[in-house]
Ligand binder design. Sequence first.
Ligand code: MN
Length: 424
Amino acid sequence: MQLAANNPELKSWVHVPTGSDFPIQNLPFGIFKTPYLSAVAGVAIGDYVLDLVYLHENGYFDGLGLPPGIFNQKYLNDFIALGRKTTRAVRNRVSELLRADVDELQQNIAAREIALIPVSEVQMQLPVQIPNYTDFYSSEEHATNVGSMFRDPKNALLPNWKHLPVGYHGRASSIVVSGTNLHRPKGQIKLPDSDFPVYCPSQKLDFELELAFITSKANSLGTPISTGEAEDYVFGFVLFNDWSARDIQQWEYVPLGPFLGKNFGSTISPWIVTLDALEPFRVGGPLQFPHVLPYLAFEGNKNFNIQLEVLIQPGAGEATTVCRSNSKYLYWNINQQLAHHTVNGCNIQVGDLYASGTISGPSPGSFGSLLELSWNGQRPLQLANGKTRKFLEDGDTVIMKGYAEGNGVRIGFGLCYGKILPAV
Ligand code: MN
C-alpha cells in the first residue's frame, strides 16, 4: 500500500535539516503549548510545529468533515477516535499544504507566520489522556537474559513464554511526557545478607527501552479483536521508557508481578508517529516456534524496522550511547498483543497505551536495560566522562531515540528523555 503522504520524492517548502526526525513523510501528531497559547494539537515538520487549530479555523481542512474545535483540546483522544479514514485524510492534507510544489499555504505569508511555530518556542505535552496502560514482555532476548540472570540459563524462558505474549496491567496515571524529571523512588528492599527488608531509596534504578502503541478505537466488552483486525485499532507509536527500580521489583514481584518498582513513572516521547508513516518500514518478525494457537496466527509483515538508541548523560557531562537495538527483534507483534489482550473479551479504550516490553537484540550492545547491559551490576559500563555505571545515579539523564530509515527518508520519534533527581 503506497500512501500519497509517504512518497519519498516529496519535498517541503519548510526547511528540514539533514538528519531531522520530521521530514514531510512523517508528520506525527502531538499536543503543544506556548507562552501565549493553551495546549492544542500540532504536527511536527523539521524544526517547526504546525498549528492545526489555526489551519482548521481558517478553512484549510474544509471538506474533511472535522468537528469544530477538534484540535483545540489538550489531548488528541477525540481526534484519533474519528478513525483512520479521517486521520489519514488530515495527514494527507497537511502533507499537501507543506509540499514545495503547492502554493496554498506557502504563498500566504501571514498564515505561515502564525501557523508555523519554531519548536524552541513550544512546550510539548502528553499527547493523549491514557485510560489504560499495559506492558508486554515481547522480546525473547530480554526475557532470556532476565531468566538466565535470576533463574536458570538452561531454562531461561518460562514454559508459557512462546505460547502467549506475557503482559501485566501497568499504571496509567504516572506516565509523563519526555522532559519530565523524576525523583529516585524509595521502597522496600531486601538486601541479600539480611532476613528483613529496609525502606530506602532504590539502589538499582534502571531504564527499559520500549516502543508503545496507542489505540484509536474501542471494542465492546466481550468482543475479542482478531489479529487481522488489530491494526484498525492502532493510531501510532511513541518511544517508551519504563523506568524500573530493580531492587524494589525483585522483592515485591512474586506472585502478582511488577508494582511499585514500576509505577513511580514512565516516560513517553511527545509525538505520535502514525502507523501510516511507518508503513514503508514493515519487516517480518522472528520465526515463531512452536506454532502459536490459531487466535494468535497472523499474515504479513507485522514488525517494524525501527532503530533504537539509549544514551546516558551524567549531570554535567557528555552523553554516552549505551545501547543500539531495533524493534524488528520483537518476537510478539502488536497484532498478536492486541488479539491476546482481548481474547477473553477485555475491552480496550481510545488512548490506551500498549508497551512492547524491553527491546533487546542479540548482541550485548543491543540490550535494552542496564540490568542486562551491566549484567545485574557485574559488568559496569564505561561512560565518556571516565566514570562507570551499574545502575542510574542521581543527575543522570536517560535519552532514547528511534527512527526508521530508507529511500532517503527518516521517520523519527524525536527524543524521549528524563532526568533522575535525588530521592525525596
Ligand atoms: Mn517494561
